[in-house]
Design a protein around this ligand. Structure first.
Ligand SMILES: *[C@@H]1O[C@H](CO)[C@@H](O)[C@H](O)[C@H]1NC(C)=O
Ligand SMILES: *[C@@H]1O[C@H](CO)[C@@H](O)[C@H](O)[C@H]1NC(C)=O
Ligand SMILES: *[C@@H]1O[C@H](CO)[C@@H](O)[C@H](O)[C@H]1NC(C)=O
Ligand SMILES: *[C@@H]1O[C@H](CO)[C@@H](O)[C@H](O)[C@H]1NC(C)=O
Length: 423
């Protein structure tokens, strides 16, 4: 008993620890006008969120003059890749730079995490040169170390170190790689290739692709359910929806604006979608546990599975479940004015629809009767099947604000503890 409670409290601590973001690179650099362009590009490419969501990191900054060599004449998606190579997934302060074992090392950068970096492309070579000079260059064999350490900007041991280097680190081919603009990307083709054929065909047959394609240039993020998601038990028969509702459902899987994973990780407030038609309508809540991001609709939730494309300003992810908006599938007691069977998803497409009911999901946000086997009187958000599958998100917290997480986690603990006591 005692052990179980201790375990649960430990789990609580872990959950709380992972939801705290310790540093803010935008804020750190805002005190240095010489890095204002670098800062501006970090914000524009959303690399700032990626940096803030990581715990042990070194940012190699360039002053405005040095940066212009990199940013001139290159599209933003290329600039993002180039800047990703200036974010090292390790902590290097001036002392550590001068104590590199054997005088030379290859260190992983954010660019390596994009999945677009074959071989050593996503690594930088840091070498302690003669006379106390520290050189930086691409780790691709044969590259020159033509950038060097100039000064320390800000250190918060061992979370983030910001140091200035003299010139951009350029990996071979990085600047000359073809950079299709967002409007050049064939979204349906990309989705089909990523195992989202059903979604691709739905957005095409319902005309939603036109909206996506025309939004892409200004920024678009897609959460595309994979083909398995549409076959899962409990997925409503989309043919039973009215046209308008089916379109809303599809638009619910997209949002205007570029929202890469690092940004989702640092998102605290609910995010709107292309289906949003009023404050708080058709939005998604986002929770993070470690590197895993989960979207919550209020009816169901889904993990972000894979990144299909991350090319500013277009991001395409796959999700494991069809996202069911509360507005269509919640059990709101609205007297169903629509002529069509708007809120009658059947558990399996084959079965007859049960009238005026919702998806048979036990994970509801509204105060439901708790599952029969957990005799508790705790309020909403008690642990459900959802938290079984991902313990660390403790009840699929609908809000990651510190106090809210605490409240939800404590509620969850109370529920689990009381069920242990009762069992
Ligand atoms: C470093 O990060 C951890 C975890 O985010 C945080 O608890 C700690 O306060 C940070 N250290 C400093 C010096 O800010
Ligand atoms: C980071 O700092 C900037 C500038 O001070 C501020 O505008 C922004 O809201 C901060 N971000 C977070 C997540 O606190
Ligand atoms: C780093 O680059 C230098 C110069 O090209 C090379 O001599 C050295 O071996 C490289 N370091 C590593 C760890 O590969
Ligand atoms: C995009 O790809 C699909 C096949 O996945 C093809 O049918 C369609 O014609 C392509 N669209 C354009 C504009 O090339």
């Amino acid at each position: 008993m005692g052990h179980k409670i201790l375990f649960i409290l430990t789990l609580t601590t872990v959950v709380l620890a992972t939801s705290i973001s310790a540093h803010n690179i935008t804020d750190i650099l805002s005190g240095f006008p010489e890095y204002s362009d670098f800062n501006k590009y970090l914000t524009q490419t959303k690399l700032n969120d990626e940096i803030n969501s990581r715990q042990t990191i070194t940012v190699l900054v360039l002053n405005n003059g040095a940066l212009s060599a990199l940013t001139a004449k290159h599209p933003i998606s290329v600039i993002k890749n180039a800047l990703s190579l200036h974010v090292i997934l390790d902590y290097y302060d001036p002392t550590k730079l001068h104590q590199i074992p054997k005088g030379s090392t290859l260190s992983t950068t954010l660019y390596q995490t994009t999945g677009n970096a074959p071989g050593n492309l996503g690594f930088v070579n840091i070498t302690d040169l003669q006379g106390g000079k520290v050189g930086f260059g691409s780790a691709v064999p044969g590259s020159k170390l033509d950038s060097s350490y100039t000064k320390a900007v800000k250190q918060i041991p061992y979370n983030i170190s910001v140091i200035e280097i003299s010139a951009p680190i350029i990996a071979p081919g990085l600047l000359t790689a073809p950079a299709p603009t967002a409007s050049d990307v064939n979204i349906t083709a990309a989705l089909e290739k990523a195992g989202c054929k059903t979604f691709a065909s739905l957005i095409t047959s319902n005309g939603v692709i036109k909206t996506f394609q025309s939004t892409a240039d200004k920024g678009l993020t897609l959460f595309a359910p994979n083909d398995e998601a549409f076959k899962a038990a409990g997925v409503p028969d989309l043919n039973k929806l009215s046209n308008a509702d089916r379109i809303s459902l599809l638009l619910y899987h997209a949002r205007a604006g570029y929202t890469p994973k690092g940004t989702l990780k640092t998102t605290k407030d609910p995010i709107d979608t292309l289906a949003t038609n009023g404050a708080g309508k058709y939005d998604l809540k986002v929770t993070t546990a470690g590197d895993e991001v989960t979207l919550h609709t209020g009816v169901d939730s889904s993990r972000i599975a894979d990144t299909v494309l991350d090319a500013t300003p277009l991001a395409i992810f796959t999700v494991d479940n069809v996202l069911l908006p509360e507005e269509l599938f919640g059990k709101s007691p609205s007297p169903a004015p629509a002529p069509g069977p708007v809120t009658t998803p059947s558990p399996a497409p084959v079965l007859a629809p049960s009238p005026a009911s919702k998806a048979p999901s036990p994970a509801k946000a509204s105060p439901p009767a708790p599952p029969a086997e957990t005799p508790t009187n705790s309020p909403a958000d008690s642990p459900t099947a959802e938290s079984e599958s991902s313990k660390t998100t403790a009840s699929g917290a609908h809000n990651v604000k510190g106090s809210a997480v605490m409240a939800v986690v404590l509620t969850g603990c109370a529920t689990v503890i009381s069920s242990l006591i009762l069992s």
